[in-house]
Design a protein around this ligand. Structure first.
Ligand SMILES: Cc1cc2nc3c(=O)[nH]c(=O)nc-3n(C[C@H](O)[C@H](O)[C@H](O)COP(=O)(O)OP(=O)(O)OC[C@H]3O[C@@H](n4cnc5c(N)ncnc54)[C@H](O)[C@@H]3O)c2cc1C
Length: 333
Protein backbone atom coordinates (compact mmCIF):
# COMPACT_ATOMS: atom_id res chain seq x y z
CA UNK A 1 0.00 0.00 0.00
CA UNK A 2 1.42 3.38 -1.01
CA UNK A 3 1.25 5.79 1.87
CA UNK A 4 0.86 9.54 1.90
CA UNK A 5 2.04 11.08 5.14
CA UNK A 6 0.83 14.42 6.46
CA UNK A 7 2.84 15.96 9.24
CA UNK A 8 0.20 17.22 11.65
CA UNK A 9 1.36 20.48 13.15
CA UNK A 10 -0.16 21.46 16.47
CA UNK A 11 0.38 24.49 18.68
CA UNK A 12 -0.70 24.38 22.30
CA UNK A 13 -2.47 21.14 21.39
CA UNK A 14 -4.56 22.74 18.67
CA UNK A 15 -4.13 21.31 15.19
CA UNK A 16 -3.09 23.93 12.68
CA UNK A 17 -5.67 24.33 9.87
CA UNK A 18 -3.02 23.76 7.20
CA UNK A 19 -2.56 20.17 8.41
CA UNK A 20 -6.28 19.51 7.98
CA UNK A 21 -6.17 21.10 4.53
CA UNK A 22 -3.31 18.77 3.63
CA UNK A 23 -5.21 15.75 4.91
CA UNK A 24 -8.01 16.52 2.45
CA UNK A 25 -5.48 16.86 -0.39
CA UNK A 26 -3.80 13.62 0.72
CA UNK A 27 -7.18 11.84 0.59
CA UNK A 28 -7.68 13.04 -2.98
CA UNK A 29 -4.16 11.95 -4.02
CA UNK A 30 -4.47 8.59 -2.26
CA UNK A 31 -7.57 7.80 -4.36
CA UNK A 32 -5.44 8.30 -7.47
CA UNK A 33 -2.65 5.96 -6.36
CA UNK A 34 -4.82 3.53 -4.44
CA UNK A 35 -2.95 4.47 -1.30
CA UNK A 36 -3.71 5.36 2.29
CA UNK A 37 -3.38 8.51 4.37
CA UNK A 38 -1.17 8.55 7.43
CA UNK A 39 -0.61 11.41 9.87
CA UNK A 40 2.36 11.95 12.17
CA UNK A 41 1.57 13.94 15.31
CA UNK A 42 4.12 15.11 17.87
CA UNK A 43 3.70 17.02 21.09
CA UNK A 44 2.92 16.58 24.75
CA UNK A 45 -0.51 15.33 25.83
CA UNK A 46 -1.55 15.47 22.18
CA UNK A 47 -3.44 12.15 22.02
CA UNK A 48 -6.91 13.82 21.56
CA UNK A 49 -5.67 15.47 18.36
CA UNK A 50 -4.96 12.01 16.93
CA UNK A 51 -8.71 11.26 16.91
CA UNK A 52 -9.37 14.57 15.21
CA UNK A 53 -6.89 13.63 12.48
CA UNK A 54 -8.81 10.40 11.90
CA UNK A 55 -12.06 12.37 11.60
CA UNK A 56 -10.38 14.47 8.91
CA UNK A 57 -9.25 11.46 6.91
CA UNK A 58 -6.11 9.78 8.35
CA UNK A 59 -6.41 6.00 8.50
CA UNK A 60 -3.37 5.69 10.76
CA UNK A 61 -1.85 8.24 13.13
CA UNK A 62 1.66 7.86 14.53
CA UNK A 63 1.47 9.73 17.82
CA UNK A 64 4.67 10.76 19.61
CA UNK A 65 3.70 12.12 23.01
CA UNK A 66 6.60 13.27 25.17
CA UNK A 67 7.27 16.22 27.54
CA UNK A 68 10.39 17.05 25.45
CA UNK A 69 8.09 17.81 22.52
CA UNK A 70 5.75 20.34 24.13
CA UNK A 71 7.39 23.07 21.99
CA UNK A 72 8.77 22.61 18.49
CA UNK A 73 12.49 21.88 18.79
CA UNK A 74 14.66 22.03 15.66
CA UNK A 75 16.95 19.30 16.99
CA UNK A 76 14.30 16.80 17.96
CA UNK A 77 11.32 17.04 15.65
CA UNK A 78 13.21 16.45 12.35
CA UNK A 79 15.11 13.56 13.91
CA UNK A 80 11.95 11.80 15.09
CA UNK A 81 9.97 12.47 11.91
CA UNK A 82 12.83 11.23 9.69
CA UNK A 83 13.04 8.04 11.79
CA UNK A 84 9.31 7.35 11.46
CA UNK A 85 9.39 8.04 7.72
CA UNK A 86 12.37 5.71 7.26
CA UNK A 87 10.38 2.97 8.99
CA UNK A 88 7.22 3.33 6.90
CA UNK A 89 8.81 4.35 3.55
CA UNK A 90 5.91 6.48 2.27
CA UNK A 91 5.46 7.64 -1.32
CA UNK A 92 4.64 11.22 -0.44
CA UNK A 93 5.12 13.51 2.57
CA UNK A 94 3.17 16.77 2.90
CA UNK A 95 4.11 19.48 5.40
CA UNK A 96 2.43 22.84 6.04
CA UNK A 97 4.56 25.77 4.86
CA UNK A 98 4.36 27.49 8.24
CA UNK A 99 7.33 28.96 10.10
CA UNK A 100 7.76 25.61 11.84
CA UNK A 101 7.10 23.57 8.69
CA UNK A 102 9.72 25.59 6.83
CA UNK A 103 12.27 24.70 9.51
CA UNK A 104 11.26 21.04 9.69
CA UNK A 105 10.77 20.04 6.04
CA UNK A 106 14.26 20.73 4.62
CA UNK A 107 15.94 19.13 7.64
CA UNK A 108 13.87 15.96 7.16
CA UNK A 109 14.41 15.93 3.37
CA UNK A 110 18.16 16.21 3.94
CA UNK A 111 18.14 13.38 6.47
CA UNK A 112 16.20 11.17 4.01
CA UNK A 113 18.33 12.31 1.06
CA UNK A 114 15.29 13.14 -1.00
CA UNK A 115 13.93 16.20 -2.81
CA UNK A 116 11.60 18.85 -1.40
CA UNK A 117 9.45 21.33 -3.29
CA UNK A 118 8.59 24.37 -1.20
CA UNK A 119 5.31 26.29 -1.25
CA UNK A 120 3.40 24.32 -3.87
CA UNK A 121 0.23 25.94 -5.17
CA UNK A 122 -1.17 22.66 -6.48
CA UNK A 123 -0.46 18.93 -6.24
CA UNK A 124 -1.69 16.09 -8.40
CA UNK A 125 -0.62 12.70 -9.73
CA UNK A 126 0.50 11.92 -13.28
CA UNK A 127 1.84 8.66 -14.65
CA UNK A 128 5.26 9.29 -16.20
CA UNK A 129 7.23 6.38 -17.74
CA UNK A 130 4.79 3.99 -16.10
CA UNK A 131 5.38 5.39 -12.63
CA UNK A 132 2.98 7.51 -10.54
CA UNK A 133 4.66 10.84 -9.89
CA UNK A 134 3.58 13.65 -7.61
CA UNK A 135 3.28 16.77 -9.76
CA UNK A 136 4.29 19.68 -7.57
CA UNK A 137 3.18 22.98 -9.05
CA UNK A 138 5.00 26.18 -8.07
CA UNK A 139 5.37 29.63 -9.63
CA UNK A 140 8.78 29.73 -11.33
CA UNK A 141 11.17 31.80 -13.39
CA UNK A 142 10.45 35.18 -11.86
CA UNK A 143 6.85 34.24 -11.16
CA UNK A 144 5.66 34.58 -14.72
CA UNK A 145 4.69 30.94 -15.19
CA UNK A 146 3.62 27.88 -13.25
CA UNK A 147 6.22 25.13 -13.19
CA UNK A 148 5.68 21.40 -12.56
CA UNK A 149 8.34 19.73 -10.45
CA UNK A 150 8.76 15.97 -9.99
CA UNK A 151 11.06 13.90 -7.85
CA UNK A 152 11.50 10.86 -10.14
CA UNK A 153 14.33 8.95 -8.46
CA UNK A 154 14.01 9.36 -4.73
CA UNK A 155 11.26 8.55 -2.25
CA UNK A 156 9.43 10.02 -0.44
CA UNK A 157 8.37 12.89 -2.66
CA UNK A 158 8.18 15.84 -0.27
CA UNK A 159 6.27 19.09 -0.60
CA UNK A 160 5.27 22.04 1.55
CA UNK A 161 2.06 24.00 1.01
CA UNK A 162 1.21 27.37 2.55
CA UNK A 163 -1.86 27.67 4.79
CA UNK A 164 -5.08 28.46 2.94
CA UNK A 165 -3.93 27.20 -0.46
CA UNK A 166 -5.85 23.88 -0.27
CA UNK A 167 -9.48 23.42 0.77
CA UNK A 168 -10.18 21.86 4.16
CA UNK A 169 -12.50 18.83 4.17
CA UNK A 170 -15.33 18.20 6.59
CA UNK A 171 -14.65 16.04 9.66
CA UNK A 172 -16.58 12.79 9.94
CA UNK A 173 -16.79 11.44 13.48
CA UNK A 174 -17.76 8.01 12.14
CA UNK A 175 -14.40 7.55 10.41
CA UNK A 176 -12.33 4.84 12.04
CA UNK A 177 -8.56 4.64 12.16
CA UNK A 178 -5.66 3.36 14.22
CA UNK A 179 -3.53 5.43 16.58
CA UNK A 180 -0.02 4.05 16.94
CA UNK A 181 1.92 5.37 19.95
CA UNK A 182 5.61 5.89 19.13
CA UNK A 183 8.35 6.48 21.71
CA UNK A 184 10.21 9.75 21.15
CA UNK A 185 13.53 7.97 21.76
CA UNK A 186 15.17 11.30 22.62
CA UNK A 187 15.87 13.19 25.78
CA UNK A 188 16.70 16.70 26.96
CA UNK A 189 20.39 16.06 26.30
CA UNK A 190 19.66 15.72 22.57
CA UNK A 191 18.56 19.36 22.50
CA UNK A 192 21.38 21.70 21.48
CA UNK A 193 19.27 24.84 21.14
CA UNK A 194 16.02 24.95 23.02
CA UNK A 195 12.75 26.81 22.46
CA UNK A 196 11.63 27.79 25.93
CA UNK A 197 8.68 30.04 25.22
CA UNK A 198 6.55 31.48 22.44
CA UNK A 199 5.72 35.17 22.93
CA UNK A 200 2.66 36.22 21.03
CA UNK A 201 2.98 39.32 18.84
CA UNK A 202 -0.23 41.19 19.67
CA UNK A 203 -0.19 42.97 16.28
CA UNK A 204 -0.88 39.56 14.74
CA UNK A 205 -4.24 39.41 16.52
CA UNK A 206 -5.69 40.81 13.31
CA UNK A 207 -6.33 37.89 11.02
CA UNK A 208 -5.76 39.12 7.50
CA UNK A 209 -7.23 35.80 6.26
CA UNK A 210 -10.61 36.73 7.74
CA UNK A 211 -10.78 40.25 6.28
CA UNK A 212 -13.75 40.97 4.04
CA UNK A 213 -12.01 43.80 2.18
CA UNK A 214 -8.25 44.07 1.56
CA UNK A 215 -6.29 46.93 0.02
CA UNK A 216 -2.89 45.63 -0.96
CA UNK A 217 0.05 47.75 -2.07
CA UNK A 218 3.14 46.95 -4.07
CA UNK A 219 6.48 48.53 -4.81
CA UNK A 220 4.66 51.20 -6.85
CA UNK A 221 3.71 52.85 -3.54
CA UNK A 222 7.36 53.87 -3.27
CA UNK A 223 6.53 56.63 -5.75
CA UNK A 224 4.06 57.98 -3.16
CA UNK A 225 6.65 57.82 -0.37
CA UNK A 226 5.04 54.83 1.37
CA UNK A 227 1.75 53.29 2.36
CA UNK A 228 -0.09 56.35 3.80
CA UNK A 229 -2.38 56.60 0.76
CA UNK A 230 -3.57 53.02 0.82
CA UNK A 231 -3.89 53.04 4.61
CA UNK A 232 -6.30 55.94 4.17
CA UNK A 233 -8.11 54.12 1.36
CA UNK A 234 -8.43 51.02 3.54
CA UNK A 235 -9.86 53.11 6.40
CA UNK A 236 -12.37 54.70 4.03
CA UNK A 237 -13.77 51.31 2.99
CA UNK A 238 -13.24 49.52 6.33
CA UNK A 239 -10.64 47.22 4.83
CA UNK A 240 -7.33 45.74 5.97
CA UNK A 241 -3.96 46.76 4.52
CA UNK A 242 -1.72 44.15 2.94
CA UNK A 243 1.13 44.15 0.44
CA UNK A 244 3.64 42.41 -1.78
CA UNK A 245 7.05 41.09 -0.83
CA UNK A 246 8.86 44.28 -1.96
CA UNK A 247 6.42 46.27 0.22
CA UNK A 248 7.42 44.07 3.16
CA UNK A 249 11.12 44.39 2.24
CA UNK A 250 10.73 48.19 2.23
CA UNK A 251 9.26 47.99 5.75
CA UNK A 252 5.82 49.26 4.70
CA UNK A 253 3.99 46.24 6.14
CA UNK A 254 4.76 43.59 8.77
CA UNK A 255 5.35 40.07 7.49
CA UNK A 256 1.92 38.77 8.49
CA UNK A 257 0.35 41.21 6.03
CA UNK A 258 2.40 39.98 3.08
CA UNK A 259 0.28 38.23 0.44
CA UNK A 260 1.49 35.47 -1.85
CA UNK A 261 3.28 32.19 -2.19
CA UNK A 262 5.60 32.90 0.72
CA UNK A 263 3.04 35.08 2.51
CA UNK A 264 -0.63 34.73 3.36
CA UNK A 265 -3.43 33.30 1.23
CA UNK A 266 -6.65 35.30 1.41
CA UNK A 267 -10.14 35.07 -0.12
CA UNK A 268 -11.88 38.37 0.69
CA UNK A 269 -15.05 39.69 -0.93
CA UNK A 270 -13.03 42.58 -2.39
CA UNK A 271 -9.28 42.70 -3.06
CA UNK A 272 -7.83 45.97 -4.36
CA UNK A 273 -4.26 45.72 -5.60
CA UNK A 274 -2.41 49.01 -6.02
CA UNK A 275 0.98 49.53 -7.66
CA UNK A 276 1.80 45.82 -7.83
CA UNK A 277 2.73 44.26 -11.15
CA UNK A 278 0.95 40.93 -10.53
CA UNK A 279 3.70 38.27 -10.41
CA UNK A 280 2.31 34.75 -9.87
CA UNK A 281 4.17 34.56 -6.55
CA UNK A 282 1.88 37.40 -5.41
CA UNK A 283 -1.42 36.66 -7.23
CA UNK A 284 -1.48 33.07 -6.02
CA UNK A 285 -2.19 34.49 -2.56
CA UNK A 286 -5.50 36.15 -3.50
CA UNK A 287 -6.68 34.53 -6.76
CA UNK A 288 -9.78 33.10 -5.05
CA UNK A 289 -11.04 36.56 -3.96
CA UNK A 290 -14.59 37.30 -5.07
CA UNK A 291 -13.83 40.61 -6.83
CA UNK A 292 -10.32 41.77 -7.73
CA UNK A 293 -9.53 45.37 -8.66
CA UNK A 294 -6.10 46.20 -10.11
CA UNK A 295 -4.62 49.72 -10.17
CA UNK A 296 -1.31 50.21 -11.96
CA UNK A 297 0.24 52.72 -14.32
CA UNK A 298 1.50 50.01 -16.69
CA UNK A 299 -1.39 48.83 -18.94
CA UNK A 300 0.57 45.63 -19.70
CA UNK A 301 1.04 44.69 -16.03
CA UNK A 302 -0.06 41.03 -15.49
CA UNK A 303 -2.38 42.14 -12.68
CA UNK A 304 -4.85 43.20 -15.38
CA UNK A 305 -5.01 39.62 -16.74
CA UNK A 306 -6.73 38.47 -13.56
CA UNK A 307 -8.47 41.63 -12.29
CA UNK A 308 -12.26 41.87 -12.63
CA UNK A 309 -11.82 45.63 -12.88
CA UNK A 310 -8.64 47.43 -13.94
CA UNK A 311 -7.72 51.09 -13.55
CA UNK A 312 -4.66 52.22 -15.51
CA UNK A 313 -2.98 55.35 -14.22
CA UNK A 314 -0.84 56.96 -11.58
CA UNK A 315 -1.87 55.79 -8.12
CA UNK A 316 -0.95 59.21 -6.71
CA UNK A 317 -3.86 60.65 -8.68
CA UNK A 318 -6.28 57.71 -8.57
CA UNK A 319 -6.19 56.85 -4.86
CA UNK A 320 -6.99 60.38 -3.55
CA UNK A 321 -10.00 60.50 -5.95
CA UNK A 322 -11.23 57.13 -4.66
CA UNK A 323 -10.78 58.20 -1.03
CA UNK A 324 -12.74 61.39 -1.69
CA UNK A 325 -15.59 59.45 -3.31
CA UNK A 326 -15.73 56.81 -0.56
CA UNK A 327 -15.71 59.52 2.12
CA UNK A 328 -18.77 61.08 0.47
CA UNK A 329 -20.50 57.72 0.97
CA UNK A 330 -19.42 57.48 4.61
CA UNK A 331 -18.43 60.93 6.00
CA UNK A 332 -17.55 59.32 9.38
CA UNK A 333 -14.37 57.91 7.83
C1 LIG B 1 10.35 31.89 -4.40
C2 LIG B 1 9.72 33.26 -4.48
C3 LIG B 1 8.65 33.54 -3.64
C4 LIG B 1 8.04 34.80 -3.71
N1 LIG B 1 6.98 35.03 -2.89
C5 LIG B 1 6.33 36.20 -2.99
C6 LIG B 1 5.17 36.46 -2.20
O1 LIG B 1 4.74 35.66 -1.38
N2 LIG B 1 4.55 37.64 -2.35
C7 LIG B 1 4.99 38.60 -3.26
O2 LIG B 1 4.37 39.67 -3.36
N3 LIG B 1 6.09 38.38 -3.98
C8 LIG B 1 6.77 37.22 -3.88
N4 LIG B 1 7.88 37.02 -4.64
C9 LIG B 1 8.36 38.13 -5.50
C10 LIG B 1 7.55 38.24 -6.78
O3 LIG B 1 8.09 37.38 -7.78
C11 LIG B 1 7.56 39.67 -7.34
O4 LIG B 1 8.90 40.08 -7.49
C12 LIG B 1 6.81 40.67 -6.46
O5 LIG B 1 5.49 40.22 -6.20
C13 LIG B 1 6.74 42.03 -7.16
O6 LIG B 1 6.20 42.94 -6.26
P1 LIG B 1 5.56 44.29 -6.73
O7 LIG B 1 4.47 44.00 -7.68
O8 LIG B 1 5.24 45.07 -5.50
O9 LIG B 1 6.76 45.05 -7.45
P2 LIG B 1 7.02 45.31 -8.98
O10 LIG B 1 6.98 44.05 -9.76
O11 LIG B 1 8.24 46.15 -9.03
O12 LIG B 1 5.75 46.16 -9.43
C14 LIG B 1 5.55 47.51 -9.10
C15 LIG B 1 4.38 48.00 -9.92
O13 LIG B 1 4.07 49.33 -9.53
C16 LIG B 1 3.69 50.06 -10.69
N5 LIG B 1 3.87 51.47 -10.37
C17 LIG B 1 5.02 52.13 -10.08
N6 LIG B 1 4.75 53.43 -9.81
C18 LIG B 1 3.42 53.59 -9.95
C19 LIG B 1 2.53 54.69 -9.81
N7 LIG B 1 2.97 55.92 -9.45
N8 LIG B 1 1.21 54.49 -10.04
C20 LIG B 1 0.72 53.27 -10.40
N9 LIG B 1 1.53 52.18 -10.54
C21 LIG B 1 2.84 52.34 -10.31
C22 LIG B 1 4.60 49.53 -11.80
O14 LIG B 1 4.02 49.77 -13.06
C23 LIG B 1 4.67 48.05 -11.44
O15 LIG B 1 3.69 47.29 -12.13
C24 LIG B 1 8.53 35.79 -4.59
C25 LIG B 1 9.61 35.50 -5.42
C26 LIG B 1 10.20 34.26 -5.36
C27 LIG B 1 11.37 33.97 -6.28
Amino acid sequence: MKEIVVWAEQKENRLQPVSLELLEKARELSDQINGSVVAVLMGHQCRPQADELIHYGASRVFCVDDPCLSFYQSDLYPKILARILSDISPEIVLIGGTTIGMDLAPRVAAKLRTGLTAHCVNLNIETIDGKDQLIQVVPGWGGNMLVKIICPERRPQMATVRPGVMEMGKPDKNRRGVVIPVAAGVSEKDIKSKTIEFIRDSSEDISIEEADIIVSGGFGLDSAGGFALIEELARAIRGEVAGTRPAFDQGYIPEFRMIGQSGRTVKPRLFISVGASGAIHYTTGFSKSKVIVGIDKNPKAPIFDMADLGIVGDLRKIIPCLIEEFKKEDPQK
